[in-house]
Design a protein around this ligand. Structure first.
Ligand SMILES: Nc1ncnc2c1ncn2[C@@H]1O[C@H](COP(=O)(O)OP(=O)(O)OP(=O)(O)O)[C@@H](O)[C@H]1O
Ligand SMILES: O=P(O)(O)OC[C@H]1O[C@H](OP(=O)(O)OP(=O)(O)O)[C@H](O)[C@@H]1O
Ligand SMILES: O=C(O)c1cccnc1
Ligand SMILES: [Mg+2]
Length: 559
C-alpha cells in the first residue's frame, strides 16, 4: 500500500493517497468477512457480480435529516486496497488450517480495480432507505468492504449531522468552535470529529493535527491553569510593549494596566460592582497580553466573573487600546452563561461610553462548558450576548445518540435482485440495482427522493410521476418535478468507462452542506416534531418489491 504523505492541507488536494488513518487497511474488517470470502471462493462464487447498497434506516437525534460524510475516506481506502504479504500470513493464521493454499494466492491478486462505487456527494442532506453508496463488483471483494465502509461512514455522518444541528440552533451569525479533542473517543475519534464538525458547519477547531491534515482554521483561548499559575504582577519581568504601529514603546505595561484598573473602579462603568480584583488573575491577563497583544482573549471565570475577571480584562484591554491594539474578547466557562454574557456586554458598553473607546461594546464573548443543542436553545430563549460557542464533549462523542445505524445489504447478484425480509417492515431491504433521484417542487424545495430500477426511464422535469411509499400501499403521491437531481454519481468507475467525479476539497464539501441545508423546507429542519421527508419508489419498483417479497416469504401452515 502506498504510504500517505502529508504535504499540505485539504485532503484530496494535498497529494496524500490512501486513507488518512494508516490503521485503515484491508484487515480493518470483521473476521466473518474472511470466512465468507473463503467460502465464496471454495464455492467458485467469488467472481459473481454483486450489488450492495449502503444506507441507514432512521435519522439520528430525533431529527428528520442526516448529513452524509466519509465518502472521500472510502474512495481513498479502495484506491490503495491491496493485501501485503504480512497481512496474508495473518489471515492464513486466523483461518482454520484446512483452508487451501490457492485461496491465499487469490488474496494476493485482489484489489478494487473491478469494483464500481456510485455515491451521493459528500456533504449532502440525505434520508433513510436511500442508498448513500451503491457498490458493485466481485461478490467476495465487495463483501470485504462492508465493515470498513460502514466504519468510515457511520461516525463521520453522525458527527457531521450533530454539528449541523448545533449550527442550526446557534444560528448563522455565531462562531462555532469545536473543542472536543480531549473528550473524543481516541485519536481517530478526535481527528474525525474535527474534520466532520467543520464539514457540518463549525468554523474552526482547537485540534492542531486536524488543522494540519485538513486545513481547518485553528482557534483557541487559554485555560484556568494559565490563570492560576500566576501569583502576582511582580512576577512579570519584561514589562515593555511596543505600540501597535511600532512608533513608541511603553516601558511599564503593568503600571498602565493598574492605572486603568483604578480608573474603571472609580468610573460609572463598574456601578460599584467590584472592589479589589484578584491580582494573580490580573498578572495572568497582563502576561497573556504582552505575549499576544494583537490576539488578547481572557478566560474570566477562574475567581469571579463580575468582581474580578471582567474588570481585570477591561483594564488590560484599555491599556492595550492606549497602545493602538484591539483586544479580542473574553471566554466564560462556568455559571449562568446567559446572565453573565449580558452582564459582560453591559460592562463593555459602559466602558465604551465612559472612556470613548469606539467598538469596545462589541468585544467578543465566547462561552463554553458542557454545551449542547439543548443548552444553546435555552440560552436563545433566555436571551444572551454570546458571539462564539466552544463545544466539546456533547458534540464529538455524539452524547445524544452514539451511533448511526448504516447497513450494507446485497440487493442483486448475477443480475438477480435479492431481498432481505424481516418481521420488522423497516428492516426489509429494497432489492435491485437502483437509481435515485431528488425531485424539487415549485418553491425550490426538495419534495421527495425516489428510487427506480436501473433501466427505468428517469423522472423528467414537468412530467407527472407516481411516487409510492416502499412498503405502505396507501401512501402514494403524484409529483410534477420542477427540477430532477440524480443522487448517485460515479466516484470509482472500476473497469467501466464511466467518468469519475472529483473528490472536492473539504471546504467545498462544507459549502455544499451549508447550501443543501439552506434549501430544505423549514418544517423538516425544526427540532420539535419535524415533518418526515418523503422517500419513495417508482410504481414499477414497488410492484417488483412486493412480488419478490411474496416469492421469498414462506407460506405458513396453521394446525
Ligand atoms: N443560562 C443557562 N441556561 C441553561 N443552561 C445553562 C445556562 N448557563 C449555563 N448552562 C449550562 O448549565 C450547566 C452548568 O453546569 P455546572 O453547574 O456543572 O457548571 P458550573 O458550576 O457553572 O461550572 P464548573 O463546574 O465548570 O465550574 C452547563 O451544562 C452549562 O452549559
Ligand atoms: O465542556 P465541553 O463542551 O467538553 O468543552 C470543552 C471544555 O474543555 C475545557 O475545560 P475542561 O472541561 O477540561 O475543564 P473544566 O471542566 O474545568 O472546564 C474547556 O474549558 C471546556 O469547558
Ligand atoms: O482554546 C480553548 O479555549 C479550549 C480548547 C480546548 C478545550 N477547551 C478550551
Ligand atoms: Mg468542562
Amino acid at each position: 500500500m502506498e504510504k500517505a504523505t502529508e504535504n499540505g492541507p485539504n485532503g484530496a488536494h494535498s497529494g496524500r493517497v490512501g486513507p488518512t488513518n494508516p490503521m485503515v487497511t484491508p484487515l480493518l474488517t470483521d473476521q466473518y468477512q474472511f470466512t465468507m470470502f473463503y467460502a465464496y471462493w471454495k464455492a467458485g462464487k467469488h467472481n459473481e457480480r454483486a450489488v450492495f447498497d449502503l444506507y441507514f434506516r432512521r435519522n439520528p437525534f430525533g431529527g428528520e435529516y442526516t448529513i452524509f460524510a466519509g465518502l472521500e475516506e472510502c474512495i481513498r481506502f479502495i484506491s490503495t486496497f491491496k493485501f501485503t504479504e504480512e497481512e496474508i500470513a495473518f489471515v492464513r493464521e486466523s483461518l482454520p488450517p484446512s483452508c487451501e493454499d490457492g485461496f491465499f494466492d487469490y488474496l494476493r491478486e485482489i484489489d478494487c480495480s473491478d469494483v464500481e462505487v456510485y455515491a451521493v456527494s459528500e456533504g449532502s442532506v440525505v434520508f433513510p432507505k436511500v442508498p448513500l453508496l451503491r457498490v458493485e463488483g466481485p461478490v467476495a471483494v465487495v463483501q470485504l468492504l462492508e465493515t470498513p465502509f460502514l466504519n468510515l461512514i457511520n461516525y463521520a455522518s453522525l458527527v457531521a449531522t450533530n454539528a449541523a444541528r448545533h449550527r442550526f440552533v446557534a444560528g448563522k451569525s455565531k462562531i462555532l468552535l469545536e473543542f472536543g479533542l480531549r473528550r473524543a473517543q481516541g485519536p481517530d475519534g478526535g481527528i474525525g470529529a474535527s474534520k466532520y464538525c467543520y464539514l457540518g458547519g463549525f468554523d474552526a477547531t482547537s485540534n492542531v493535527a486536524a488543522g494540519k491534515l485538513f486545513g481547518i482554521p485553528l482557534r483557541g483561548t487559554h485555560s484556568h491553569a494559565f490563570v492560576s499559575s500566576f501569583m502576582s504582577p511582580d512576577e512579570i519581568i519584561d514589562k515593555s510593549l511596543h505600540s501597535s504601529d511600532g512608533s513608541s514603546i511603553c516601558e511599564d505595561f503593568v503600571s498602565l494596566v493598574q492605572k486603568w484598573l483604578s480608573k474603571i473602579q472609580w468610573s460609572g462603568s463598574s456601578h460599584g460592582s467590584f472592589g479589589e480584583t484578584n491580582q494573580s488573575e490580573l498578572a495572568a491577563f497582563t502576561s497573556y497580553a504582552l505575549a499576544f497583544p494583537n490576539n488578547f482573549l481572557a478566560l474570566v471565570d477562574t475567581y469571579d466573573v463580575i468582581r474580578s475577571g471582567i474588570p481585570n480584562f477591561c483594564a488590560v484591554a484599555l491599556a492595550l487600546s492606549d497602545l493602538g491594539y484591539k483586544a479580542t474578547g473574553i471566554r466564560l466557562d462556568s455559571g449562568d452563561l446567559a446572565y453573565l454574557s449580558c452582564e459582560a456586554r453591559k460592562f463593555f458598553v459602559a466602558i465604551e461610553n465612559d472612556f470613548g473607546v469606539p467598538g469596545f461594546g462589541k468585544t467578543a464573548i465566547t462561552a463554553s462548558n458542557d454545551l449542547n443543542e439543548e443548552t444553546l436553545d435555552a440560552l436563545n430563549k433566555q436571551g444572551h450576548e454570546v458571539d462564539a460557542f466552544g463545544i466539546g464533549t456533547h458534540l464529538v462523542t455524539c452524547f445524544a445518540q452514539p451511533a448511526l445505524g448504516c447497513v450494507f445489504k446485497l440487493v442483486e447478484i448475477n443480475d438477480q435482485p435479492r431481498i432481505k425480509l424481516s418481521e420488522d417492515v423497516s428492516k426489509v431491504s429494497i432489492p435491485c440495482k437502483k437509481r435515485c433521484f431528488r425531485l424539487y417542487g415549485k418553491e425550490g424545495y426538495p419534495l421527495v427522493d425516489i428510487m427506480t430500477g436501473e433501466n427505468e426511464p428517469s423522472p423528467q422535469v414537468g412530467e407527472r410521476i407516481l411516487c409510492r411509499h416502499p412498503f405502505n400501499e396507501s401512501k402514494r403521491a403524484y409529483v410534477v418535478p420542477q427540477r430532477v437531481e440524480e443522487l448517485l454519481k460515479c466516484y470509482w468507475p472500476g473497469t467501466s468507462d464511466k467518468a469519475k467525479e472529483d473528490l472536492p476539497p473539504l471546504k467545498d464539501i462544507r459549502k455544499r452542506c451549508m447550501e443543501q441545508l439552506e434549501q430544505m423546507r423549514p418544517d423538516h429542519m425544526r427540532r420539535l416534531n419535524p415533518t418526515p421527508y418523503k422517500v419513495s419508489v417508482s410504481a414499477k419498483l414497488y410492484d417488483f418489491i412486493h412480488f419478490l417479497w411474496l416469492n421469498e416469504a414462506p407460506v405458513g401452515e396453521l394446525q
